[in-house]
Design a protein around this ligand. Structure first.
Ligand code: KIV
Ligand code: ZN
Length: 524
């Protein structure tokens, strides 16, 4: 790698990024973000637009004071007042950049600036020269560059460099260009502007057509050596080019893009979090930093991943600071991944039969729930383990609840292999359910505890119900999980009873429970 392959990363999360609706950041948040960005290895951090507001001024100023390696920058229009404010905000930093811009497209010059192209041209000399009084590090941008006449752009760029700009930034302000066109723009500047070697060419792409990263990479391949971007791709309208995507594209496809950035990619996830905490959440499927970026749900993919990560992973999660690939358990997951997940959860010695039963239940649950969490799986396996020697099994349950009539439960149980049905009303649906169980398997136990808690979040959460029963001083606790709280309640009670039956057998051998049950049913 030579220096000519170094691509400077100019981050504008706190300036252009903050211009996205809902993304305004407090001073404290900006300082926290700046510290992470500094550590991340960003070359230039545009901390604000100091003339825009006292808050922007203060944030630019405070950020510029704390940076250790990154160079702080501030934005200014072609206005001496703007440039003065920029200087005032940045002057405490040992090195800083003033970034000044003006529109150069016919549309903007006419409707926004109400200036002729010659007036704009003259203004470049005046303002770049003025900014150079404060620092050697002046960047000049031609706003709406990609809709600017190419010959005019070449003239303005040449003049900006002559006037002292060290960085020339070509913004695709409205996200209008496409990679092939942007390549030509950058190549034309590289070939036609006589003093282009005296400056670094920069690209700044917006994402209105979803092409910001592709256009930025095209610009780099055509000769740009600075890229302006934001963490999580936040920015005006559809956002700016995403820093993490550009950096990881260069790193992952270094065979095609032999460039180097100074970014410590293992901090990308941290940077994304600090920005999203201050602004808004990142979409789940966002490249590099989205929650699902390293998650695999499809059974075939999970199976491939377990055999060799390279089958479905082009970069490691560790390389962007994510702890590890997650095999998300959902309806597409296969048995192999399920078994692997059980091992991960500490279920190492369970039999194939239990795994098979739990896997069957997991598939049913996954059809009902969007997200199956680890706790859901643990609850299912516990349930399967317990039910291996069950005397009583729930076959079906219907509950009629609501206002007006008494609540009613219709239940079918398998008791010692025999199918039995009952319908009971009760003081609430749970009471009706427990009465059904008592009718179908007569017993005298005290209900000591009935507790419901959601294992997972959301209205589709799995409920776990715990039931504690007592008989002759002996207690057992039953637990069951289901998305239907009433089904979980029935199963928890039955589970407690099954345990009590096993306990009775162990404690008072002799007449079997089955015999006792038959006698009870016959009224003996
Ligand atoms: O998109 C744009 O044109 C800008 C400039 C101010 C650089 O953000
Ligand atoms: Zn912009």
């Amino acid at each position: 790698m030579t220096d000519k392959n170094k691509v400077y990363i100019f981050d504008t999360t706190m300036r252009d990024g903050e211009q996205s609706p809902g993304a305004s950041m407090s001073l404290e948040e900006k300082i926290q973000i700046a510290r992470v960005f500094d550590e991340l290895g960003i070359d230039i951090i545009e901390a604000g637009f100091p003339i825009a507001s006292p808050g922007d001024f203060e944030a630019t100023s405070e950020v510029s004071k704390i940076l250790k390696k990154s160079i702080p920058a501030g934005l200014s229009r072609h206005s001496k007042k703007d440039i003065d404010r920029c200087y005032e905000a940045l002057k405490h930093a040992p090195r800083f950049r003033i970034h000044t811009f003006i529109s150069t497209s016919p549309l903007h010059m006419k409707h926004k600036l109400n200036k002729s192209s010659e007036e704009v041209y003259e203004s470049i000399k005046e303002h770049v020269t003025y900014a150079r009084k404060f620092t050697d590090d002046v960047e000049w941008s031609c706003e709406d560059g990609t809709r600017t006449n190419m010959d005019f752009m070449c003239r303005t760029v040449e003049l900006a460099i002559k006037s002292g700009a060290k960085t020339i930034n070509i913004p695709d302000t409205v996200g209008y260009t496409v990679p092939s066109e942007f390549t030509k723009i950058i190549q034309t500047l590289m070939n036609k502007v006589p003093n282009i070697d005296k400056a670094i060419l920069s690209v700044h792409c917006h994402n209105d057509l979803g092409l910001a990263v592709a256009n930025s990479l095209a610009g780099i391949s055509a000769g740009a050596r600075q890229v302006e971007c934001t963490i999580n791709g936040i920015g005006e309208r559809a956002g700016n080019a995403s820093l993490e995507e550009i950096v990881m594209a260069i790193k992952t496809r270094n065979d095609l893009m032999p460039y180097e950035t100074g970014i410590n990619t293992t901090l990308l996830s941290k940077a994304s979090k600090v920005v999203s905490n201050a602004t808004f959440p990142v979409q789940f499927n966002k490249a590099i930093v989205g929650k699902n970026a390293f998650a695999h749900e499809a059974g075939i993919h999970q199976d491939g991943m377990l055999k060799n990560r390279n089958t479905y992973e082009i970069m490691t999660p560790e390389s962007v600071g994510v702890k590890k690939t997650s095999l998300v358990m959902g309806k597409h997951s296969g048995r192999h991944a399920f078994k692997d997940k059980l091992n991960e959860l500490g279920y190492v010695d369970i039999t194939d039969d239990v795994i098979q039963t739990a896997f069957g239940k997991f598939k049913v649950l996954a059809d009902k729930k969007k997200h199956v969490y680890d706790d859901d799986i643990a609850a299912l396996v516990d349930d399967s383990l317990i039910k291996e020697d069950n005397v009583i099994n729930l076959k079906s349950l219907k509950v009629f609840a609501g206002t007006g009539e008494p609540q009613r439960a219709e239940m079918t149980l398998e008791v010692y292999g025999e199918i039995k049905k009952s319908t009971e009303t009760g003081d609430g649906p749970v009471d009706a359910i427990f009465k059904c169980i008592k009718t179908l398997y007569p017993h005298d136990v005290n209900l000591q505890l009935y507790q419901v808690h959601a294992v997972t979040e959301g209205t589709d959460a799995q409920a776990t119900v715990s039931v504690r029963i007592e008989e002759n001083g002996k207690t057992t606790v039953g637990q069951a999980a289901d998305t239907d709280t009433l089904v979980a309640s029935a199963n928890a009670y039955i589970n407690a009873l099954n345990k009590m039956i096993i306990k009775r057998d162990k404690i008072a051998p002799g007449q079997s429970n089955e015999q006792k049950y038959e006698q009870k049913m016959k009224g003996i």
